[in-house]
Ligand binder design. Structure first.
Ligand SMILES: CC(C)(COP(=O)(O)OP(=O)(O)OC[C@H]1O[C@@H](n2cnc3c(N)ncnc32)[C@H](O)[C@@H]1OP(=O)(O)O)[C@@H](O)C(=O)NCCC(=O)NCCS
Length: 146
């Protein structure tokens, strides 16, 4: 098999996680909540689990963040390297994130998907997620890039 099963990543994996997010074309906030400092703080807080899929030679080709607020779980920043898409890697990562959240007692798991991201929507639907049509997402930010 060319891929290892999904495994936990740590704060020290930040550079390759960031490189993968960039290669995947994910919309990230490198000076805000996706900065190295923010990533380390989120990991230290114990509410974030980072899961990756590597090739057998150790290259990171898929990643997801599983976070929760004690009430609801969130699947964030799901990304698969373009060369490894459509081979079930995202499905594996979503399942691993769900397992990690359920282990922490979380029973409701959600994801926010930007308008027009049809691949991501298809991917979550394929993993059994239902879309709430007409739901409004509101947020308040300390800084524009946070
Ligand atoms: C969305 C993304 C993570 C999917 O990764 P992936 O490993 O290719 O997805 P999988 O192979 O696990 O696909 C799972 C299901 O998603 C759907 N899907 C994935 N890619 C698809 C495509 N190109 N066309 C149609 N459906 C697709 C299918 O239902 C697929 O199941 P199937 O192959 O049995 O039909 C990947 O395209 C990506 O990294 N995109 C850029 C980053 C991004 O937008 N992340 C989501 C942020 S919310």
């Amino acid at each position: 098999m060319r891929l290892k099963p999904p495994g936990r990543l740590t704060t020290s994996d930040y550079p390759r996680v960031m490189a993968l997010w960039q290669a995947a074309g994910l919309h990230i906030r490198p000076t805000g909540r996706d900065s190295q400092e923010a990533f380390a703080r989120q990991m230290a807080g114990g509410l974030q689990t980072v899961i990756g899929v590597e090739t057998t030679s150790g290259n990171l080709i898929g990643v997801v963040l599983a976070t929760h607020d004690g009430r609801k779980g969130w699947i964030n920043r799901l990304a698969v390297h373009p060369s490894w898409r459509r081979q079930g890697v995202a499905r594996l990562l979503i399942a691993a994130a769900e397992d990690a959240l359920r282990e922490q007692g979380i029973e409701v798991i959600a994801a926010l998907i930007e308008p027009g991201n049809t691949l991501s929507l298809a991917c979550f639907r394929n993993s059994g997620y239902e879309e709430y049509i007409g739901l409004h997402y509101v947020s308040k930010r300390s800084r524009a890039d946070s």
